[in-house]
Design a protein around this ligand. Sequence first.
Ligand SMILES: NC(=O)c1ccc[n+]([C@@H]2O[C@H](COP(=O)([O-])OP(=O)(O)OC[C@H]3O[C@@H](n4cnc5c(N)ncnc54)[C@H](OP(=O)(O)O)[C@@H]3O)[C@@H](O)[C@H]2O)c1
Length: 277
Amino acid sequence: MINLNEKIPLVDLNDGNKMPVLGLGVYSICGDKLKRTLKSALDMGIRLIDTASFYQNEIEIGEFIRQAIRDGLIKREELFVITKIYPGAEMANPEKAIEGCLKRLNISYVDMMLLHHPDVNDIKAYLTMEKYVNKGLIHSLGLSNYYIKEIDPFIKKVNIKPALVQNEIHIYYQEKEVVPHIQNLGIVMQAWYPFGGRGYTNNILNDKTIVKLAQKYNKTPVQIILRWHLQRNVIAIPGSSNPYHIQENLQIFDFKLNDKDMAEIALLDKNEKHDWY
Ligand SMILES: NC(=O)c1ccc[n+]([C@@H]2O[C@H](COP(=O)([O-])OP(=O)(O)OC[C@H]3O[C@@H](n4cnc5c(N)ncnc54)[C@H](OP(=O)(O)O)[C@@H]3O)[C@@H](O)[C@H]2O)c1
């Protein structure tokens, strides 16, 4: 059992806010399964939930959070909820998209809102999100699926520097140039597909080097991988609807990979992207 008193560390954002280094991604989880998953995650100490308008589960997440607050399980300020607005129609009409997220979640404010992808209207959408920061309805801003060629011109055109960039990052797609570049801008990097994403986790969790290190540290492959992300200062949002997996994913704060083993994992990079964006 995880020590429930052991807090998940927080990382400082460039806007003065803080967020947990580990959260729960809820893409494709909905209905009763979502509510069961959120309850398990909350009980185990998860405080960061990553959703998006695209995931179509904001209403259920909001209902769960309001009920958990009413039941005294959590205070609003103890949770960190990320949502995202989507390219195309949403970014073309950002005010409507942002209001939609706020209304569907209905949890007073959103801790962080991201642009889900670059888009012709992304600057306009981001500048509109800034207005909601000024109103206190969004606390932090960030981007997703931005690489060096997009981020450099982007930050010159906005007033509030993004606090976070959420990108595909895993042992076979390590983004060795992108990660330090964005971190050097004072922006926190967060990994989606930390285990390679559905359909790929089997390969990654059975990688020979990862399995060998799991035996060496008396940990599981997912724990070695999550620890590697965090030791690169890349925070992560593994997706899971299995309470045993969620618990396993949290048991990573009691060991440290040594430099040699970090370097060995660095060699596993294949520049192998598992999704198109
Ligand atoms: N910004 C973007 O464009 C973007 C794109 C994709 C995803 N995301 C975000 O990133 C999150 C994570 O992505 P993902 O869920 O697709 O991929 P992932 O976290 O790399 O992998 C999820 C898979 O790993 C399994 N898993 C989780 N913990 C495990 C454990 N301890 N042992 C064995 N298997 C385990 C899950 O199965 P079980 O359910 O059985 O545990 C699930 O099949 C999403 O939920 C979403 O919030 C963002």
